[in-house]
Design a protein around this ligand. Structure first.
Ligand SMILES: [Zn+2]
Length: 154
């Protein structure tokens, strides 16, 4: 496994443990060249989850694409990237059935971000929902202010 920081072609596994109730192996790796550490996940690949796009076309689900969107929304926010990685790479496990609409991925990601960081949530939602006016954007932020009250009514 190549080092994502310096590109060194060999890295050492320093820790290896089961994750997601044994459905994945989480490996902590260290680069002997630059000394930095990173995490990889190894998991069984079943039939790929297919995403139904807005225009009706289908493509295989890509956790890296989801992760990029999450990282972008969380830029300069106090969010541990590992939390985002875990969500993106275990996403397929949360979906029952061979297909999912791209809208639903967005909604699930929004629900997740809402728990993680509200600024990131708003950023993600503004891109995802393509707020067509400042008013709608402000409305959404107001709605967030009443989160606790809403939760109590559920
Ligand atoms: Zn390195």
């Amino acid at each position: 496994m190549k080092c994502p920081y310096c590109g060194h072609s060999d890295t050492r596994v320093v820790d290896s443990r089961p994750s997601d109730e044994g459905m994945a192996i989480r490996r902590r790796r260290e680069c002997p060249s630059c000394g930095r550490r990173f995490t990889t996940y190894e998991r069984t690949q079943l039939e790929p989850l297919m995403v139904i796009k807005r225009d009706g076309r289908k493509e295989p689900f890509n956790p890296d694409k989801l992760l990029r969107g999450l990282l972008l929304a969380c830029e300069k926010r106090p969010v541990d990237p590992e939390v985002l990685k875990r969500f993106a790479y275990s996403f397929e496990d949360q979906v029952s059935g061979p297909e999912i609409a791209s809208e639903e991925i967005g909604l699930k990601a929004m629900a997740f971000l809402r728990e993680v960081d509200q600024v990131a949530y708003i950023r993600f939602a503004s891109v995802y929902r393509e707020f067509d006016s400042v008013e709608r954007f402000i409305e959404e932020i107001r709605r967030l202010g009443g989160v606790d009250k809403e939760e109590g009514n559920r």
